[in-house]
Design a protein around this ligand. Structure first.
Ligand code: NIG
Ligand code: FE
Length: 413
């Protein structure tokens, strides 16, 4: 199907000129739209759009979107969705009173996922990750960043990144790959962490660069994981190999990770549940995109990032799922929108900007995704008939998405 016309759209949302990105501060409260609209897609690209009084002749394929809204597909800029198995045993442990940190200290957590992943083949990991990608696609996600970090050995980190590369090349979603070898110190290196960091810098990174397996470098900068100094040296090594930083900071403790991210021109600093006044000030004076992960806060029962304050400070807030088996076993952006509105006091428009344009910027796909703009990829959501965009975060737990279009193709199933 080379041309597709969507017409009688009740409201076409997130209509923007090229170049207006990311959306910051006060501007986040508005999502530009056209009522009673049409969009023409040709060869997978948004060719044109407008209000119904200018609607072109019907090509062969037409969707009548009467009563429905159309918006750009979500851009989920932070996930760990390649993993071997779920960890609901830890979930039950937390119900009984253990904290995420206590579970990790007892050999659960990231190391538990690494143990499970060691035995899986690339083929098995591709199969399970494809199911997850299909699921999030039907929840409206059109682009997704995926991290390694459950390998924690040269062979297993490369295996994970090859899996992500395969998904990039074979799945309809736009995929970005992040190397997160510095996700945790493996048990056998507990007494010799320098050696694990040497492995990351001298063995993993050159091999990853050689095979072109990653776009970004990430480090879990956190007490009991990686210090700010270690984070800095790993980021510098990644940068030397052409990988830009996108890092985990301030999830449980504020140890200076934000400043390390700023210093190394990170694309984004992610989590931010615990922030000092200095962290907020430094971030506000930088160009780094702050990414909050409300479904992680929900699942672990930890504080929510001060997203409202960051918007008030003029920042381009981004929201993502953090889909992973330990802290967020969910890739559901509509649920993230509900939490952002209910728990972080974001307006629906602010939340929508955070998962479309700003999500695209946080994985550097803003020139092809994140808004309804001529020339961008036709990755679109068509909702069920609803009153307004506010209905999506309001109706938490319901799926109000009727159809998802990726590269101009209607995704079935
Ligand atoms: O972003 N915080 C570090 N990494 C993940 C959790 C990983 C896991 O528990 O498996 C996160 O929350
Ligand atoms: Fe994460």
């Amino acid at each position: 199907m080379s041309a597709l016309l969507i017409k009688n759209i009740k409201q076409l949302l997130q209509v923007r000129e090229e170049g207006k990105s990311p959306i910051r501060g006060k501007e986040m409260a508005s999502v530009p739209s056209i009522d009673n609209a049409w969009v023409l897609v040709k060869h997978g690209i948004i060719k044109d759009f407008g209000s119904m009084d200018t609607c072109p002749e019907d090509p062969n394929a037409v969707i009548d979107a009467s009563g429905k809204l159309v918006l750009p597909a979500w851009c989920d800029s932070h996930t760990h969705l390649v993993f071997a198995d779920t960890r609901e045993d830890e979930f039950v442990g937390r119900i009984k009173g253990l904290s995420y940190e206590q579970i990790a200290a007892a050999g659960g957590g990231i190391l538990n996922s690494a143990k499970k992943l060691a035995d899986k083949s690339e083929t098995e990991l591709i199969a399970s990750a494809t199911l997850r990608l299909n699921e999030i696609m039907h929840l409206g996600t059109g682009a997704v960043e995926i991290k390694s970090g459950y390998g924690l050995s040269v062979a297993a980190e490369l295996k994970m990144l090859r899996v992500i590369k395969h998904l990039k090349e074979n799945h309809p979603l736009t995929v970005k790959a992040t190397f997160l070898g510095a996700h945790a110190i493996p048990a056998e290196y507990k007494q010799n962490r320098e050696e694990y960091i040497r492995l990351i810098i001298e063995e993993m990174l050159p091999a990853i660069a050689e095979e072109g397996l990653a776009d970004y470098i990430d480090v879990f900068c956190e007490t009991n994981y990686f210090t700010t100094e270690e984070t800095s040296s790993i980021l510098m090594a990644g940068i030397k190999h052409g990988l830009k930083p996108k890092i985990h900071v301030n999830q449980f403790n504020a140890i200076g990770g934000i400043q390390v991210g700023i210093e190394h021109n990170a694309i984004s600093v992610d989590h931010l549940e615990v922030m000092t006044d200095k962290d907020k000030k430094d971030l506000a004076a930088s160009n780094v995109i702050p990414t909050a992960l409300p479904s992680c806060s929900f699942f672990l029962g930890i504080p929510y990032a001060p997203a409202r304050e960051m918007i008030e400070a003029g920042l381009p807030l981004c929201l993502a799922t953090d889909y992973n088996p330990g802290s967020t076993p969910s890739g559901n952006i509509p649920f993230v929108l509900s939490l952002a509105c209910l728990r972080m006091k974001l307006l629906p428009e602010e939340a929508i900007n955070a998962v479309t344009m700003n999500g695209a910027c946080a994985m550097e796909v803003q020139h092809e995704l994140g808004s309804i703009t001529k020339g961008k990829k036709a990755n679109l959501i068509i909702t069920k008939p609803i009153n307004s965009i506010n209905n999506i975060p309001y109706s938490f737990g319901s799926n109000l998405i009727d159809q998802v279009i990726i590269d101009g193709q209607i995704m079935m199933g």
